[in-house]
Design a protein around this ligand. Structure first.
Ligand SMILES: C[S@@+](CC[C@H](N)C(=O)[O-])C[C@H]1O[C@@H](n2cnc3c(N)ncnc32)[C@H](O)[C@@H]1O
Length: 328
């Protein structure tokens, strides 16, 4: 868990409501990050750290459908020598309470979704809505069968391995991470794009290794499941974004708020949409390109765009494959 040193003056303007703190924007590679500080964690231990993590997961599952602002992390903050627990959250503006005309419609949509997933039915206090977003998941708990619900999101047979959910896909994670030499990169502070991320296994791994910001893209139906899995596993600062790439055309990557990523994964997706120039242009440093051995890659194009291109031998991992590791 990160410990962030914050000067109290940065909070005083809006506390207890989160206000934007530039230092957090830098740490999380985003705009409009603020802190939701849980004073009671220090004062009377009414909340436990587990609850902060669980409510962050639940909030982010709702955030994917536009029902809530995001939580980007659960941290310790050091404020004038005192340690408190906090969530790093997306700061949003809008109407609260009696003036909020969007509240009733939003409440109905959220409660419908909550009931569908088996969350406890509750009273929704209008003052906990900012415009159409619910901002206080304090006290929420996952229903007992939630892990099974998340497991059911994964298709059969699954492509990736998700050990945390007991999902055994054909491609062994450790073997893959070793093959890609993930240990060769210092991931702290890195931005990463995973094109055709599937359930997000690679995104989770580099986030675990300290990447600052990770975006996985895939088709919309895949991304709904990937987002839920990602948040359920607690990878708060990973975004799962529904982007369908057209063959040799990555122009719809323009919606992403990062223009160049330190590392781009383009793994076993070449057969679906080739390697669009737009993906190469998004890469600042390293591109991992994995193909099935019979696919034709434009190697001249790789040589033109990268300073070094390392082509592996053919290896067998759920079929014969080749890995190109390209550095700019
Ligand atoms: C073989 S899987 C590879 C997944 C992942 N890259 C890996 O290596 O573990 C191919 C992935 O590409 C995604 N995909 C296929 N066509 C796509 C498209 N046009 N745009 C975005 N994603 C696509 C699929 O949904 C699937 O998750």
């Amino acid at each position: 868990m990160k410990i962030i040193n914050i000067e109290e003056e940065l909070l005083s303007e809006g506390h207890p409501h989160p206000v934007k703190i530039d230092k957090l924007d830098e740490i999380y590679g985003r705009e409009n990050c603020g802190l939701k500080i849980y004073d009671s964690l220090v004062v009377d231990k009414r909340y436990y750290i587990h609850d902060l993590v669980e409510t962050a997961k639940i909030q982010n599952i709702f955030a994917h459908y536009g029902f809530a602002p995001r939580v980007y992390d659960v941290v310790k903050v050091l404020i004038n020598g005192e340690v408190k627990y906090a969530q790093v959250v997306e700061v949003i503006e809008g109407e609260r309470g009696a003036k909020n005309t969007k509240y009733e419609e939003a409440r109905d949509k959220i409660s419908q979704y909550a009931l569908k997933r088996g969350f406890y039915n509750r009273d929704y206090d209008p003052s906990n809505f900012i415009d159409d977003k619910y901002v206080d998941f304090g006290g929420w708990k996952f229903p007992e069968n939630y892990k099974e619900q998340v497991q059911e999101l994964v298709g059969t047979p699954p492509y990736q391995n998700i050990p945390e959910l007991g999902i055994d896909g054909p491609r062994e994670n450790k073997e893959r991470f070793d093959r890609y030499n993930l240990d060769d990169i210092f991931w702290g502070g890195k931005t990463v794009l995973d094109v055709g991320c599937n359930y997000g296994t690679l995104c989770h791994e580099v986030h675990r290794r300290g990447a600052k910001r990770v975006i996985g893209i895939d088709t919309p139906s895949m991304i709904d499941s990937a987002s839920e899995i990602t948040q359920y596993l607690g990878h708060f600062n990973v975004d799962m974004d529904p982007v369908t790439i057209q063959r040799d055309d990555a122009s719809n990557l323009s919606r992403l708020d990062i223009k160049e990523f330190d590392v781009v994964f383009h793994l076993s997706v070449h057969k679906y949409f080739g390697l669009p120039q737009g993906v190469i242009d998004r890469c600042k440093n390293t591109l991992y390109l994995e193909i099935r051995n019979h696919e034709k890659v434009d190697e001249d194009c790789l040589d033109k765009n990268f300073k070094s291109v390392n082509k592996s031998e053919i290896y067998d991992d759920y079929g014969p494959r080749i890995l190109y590791t390209c550095k700019k």
